[in-house]
Design a protein around this ligand. Structure first.
Ligand SMILES: [Zn+2]
Ligand SMILES: [Zn+2]
Length: 178
């Protein structure tokens, strides 16, 4: 598999190198960090003061026409985002286009008034990236708390899960490949 990492509205920061290494390992993938793209202005929701994730995801899918058999696109942004009916989301995926999106805003301990912890932040970013890429591999949410496909309602859920799929989710992925 080939994964294209796209910084959206943010510079290419150390987090991209950590994501590239983590995703290469998890998916045995070739990961490329692409040039940064602006956040589409129309995606900003002035009332909520957040970005509307679906608009950004659609913009990405319009820009990157990929071979969905082997390629995936993961957009990563610093800004906070939401989708209906959620107040916020860590990420969003579209299985049809093979594109997914991650927001780093709420993965940082500082967001919750805690002290900065880069390793914790990077590990959360990797887990939620694996989760969104899992959706593009047609996985749904999983009830195993330790599985990367468990739905994170808060960072506590993210911290409780592993940066890996459970055996049942792994079986689904390999069954769908063949
Ligand atoms: Zn999910
Ligand atoms: Zn699972």
């Amino acid at each position: 598999m080939k994964i294209f990492l796209i910084p959206i509205g943010m510079p290419r920061h150390e987090v991209f190198d950590r994501l590239a290494a983590g995703l290469a390992r998890s998916f045995s993938a070739d990961v490329a960090i692409e040039p940064k793209r602006p956040i589409p202005e129309e995606a900003y929701d002035f009332r909520r003061r957040q970005y509307y994730a679906n608009a950004i995801l659609d913009d990405l899918a319009g820009e990157f026409i990929i071979n969905t058999k082997e390629e995936r696109v993961l957009g990563v942004m610093d800004a906070d985002m939401h989708t209906d009916p959620m107040n916020f989301i860590f990420g969003l995926a579209n299985r049809r286009t093979g594109c997914c999106l991650l927001s780093l805003a709420r993965l940082k301990p500082e967001f919750y008034g805690r002290k900065q912890d880069k390793e914790l932040f990077y590990s959360r970013a990797i887990k939620e990236s694996i989760h969104e890429l899992g959706h593009t591999l047609r996985l749904s949410h999983c009830s195993h708390r330790r599985c990367a496909m468990f739905f994170s309602d808060s960072v506590n859920d993210t911290d409780a899960k592993k940066a890996a799929f459970c055996a049942a989710c792994k079986r689904k992925i390999s069954a769908r490949k063949s």
